[in-house]
Design a protein around this ligand. Structure first.
Ligand SMILES: Nc1ncnc2c1ncn2[C@@H]1O[C@H](COP(=O)(O)OP(=O)(O)OP(=O)(O)O)[C@@H](O)[C@H]1O
Ligand SMILES: [Mg+2]
Length: 239
């Protein structure tokens, strides 16, 4: 049996009188790539922030490695729609941040190669395209050796072509490193293209999860299955 990294158990979240989530439950296995989809305002980012420990749960528990999550989740890193790079640092410095020894520099360069930015290490964020900036943000997140990578619409601001390339790149890098990845997206096709399993958030809870054994497969039959799953998810969200 695969080891569980995270257990979200009957989690609820309210802001004042308004309940955003109630009784949301989801288990995430070590190394799994899971996508969370659902309507705008449905509580996706709220759940992601709770996994990062940036927000408290109102009820229920989040268990990581058998231990209740309290305060900031130090083994998680978050990537948002905006890159949050430091404009006064170049690409390499943005990836290294406070890590400055020779091995760490070599590691940062290696990561920048993996995100295809080896020729841009001396550039500053303002000199990069949106897709390039997001790749720097990915390398920076990976530099922290996260056990859990939390992605909140990281490709939302990119054009369709760049977005498709980034989906492949993020997937490849996360799979190579066996990082457990939790992707929030409103784009169902993106979820189906990237995730092993898709969780649907609806009516303030995890409505259901759908396995996606056809992810990234080349055969036409598998591609057709991908389309079938996308349509099924859309119907689940809308009905
Ligand atoms: N800090 C906050 N204070 C009060 N209400 C909040 C706060 N953060 C989120 N909410 C509310 O919680 C609900 C869920 O918000 P959330 O950002 O989680 O949705 P989402 O599913 O990520 O939506 P989107 O797809 O548009 O990003 C919304 O109604 C929002 O107004
Ligand atoms: Mg959101």
């Amino acid at each position: 049996m695969t080891q569980k990294l995270l257990e979200i158990i009957n989690v609820g979240k309210s802001y004042g009188q308004s309940a955003v989530l109630s009784n949301a439950s989801l288990s995430i296995s070590e190394g799994e790539f899971i996508a969370l989809v659902g309507m705008s305002g449905g509580g996706k980012s709220t759940l992601l922030r709770m996994l990062a420990g940036l927000e408290d749960v109102s009820s229920g528990d989040i268990i990581q490695d058998g231990i209740k999550l309290e305060g900031l989740n130090k083994s998680a890193r978050v990537m948002f729609q905006e890159d949050r790079l430091l404009p006064w640092m170049n690409v390499l410095e943005n990836v290294m941040l406070d890590k400055r020894n020779r091995e760490q520099r070599a590691e940062a360069l290696q990561l920048l190669k993996q995100v295809e930015l080896e020729d841009y290490v001396q550039q500053f964020p303002t000199q990069l395209s949106g897709g390039q900036r997001q790749r720097v943000a990915l390398a920076r997140a990976l530099m922290a050796h996260p056990r859990l990578l939390l992605l909140d619409e990281p490709l939302g601001a990119l054009d369709a072509l760049t977005r498709g390339k980034m989906q492949n790149l993020i997937h490849k890098v996360c799979q190579n490193k066996s990082i457990t990845t939790f992707l929030v997206t409103h784009d169902i096709n993106e979820a189906v293209r990237m995730a092993d399993r898709i969780a649907i958030i609806k009516n303030g809870t995890i409505w259901r999860t759908i396995d996606n054994p056809y992810r990234g497969k080349e055969s036409i039959a598998d591609k057709e299955k991908e389309v079938e799953i996308s349509e099924k998810i859309l119907a689940e969200i809308l009905n």
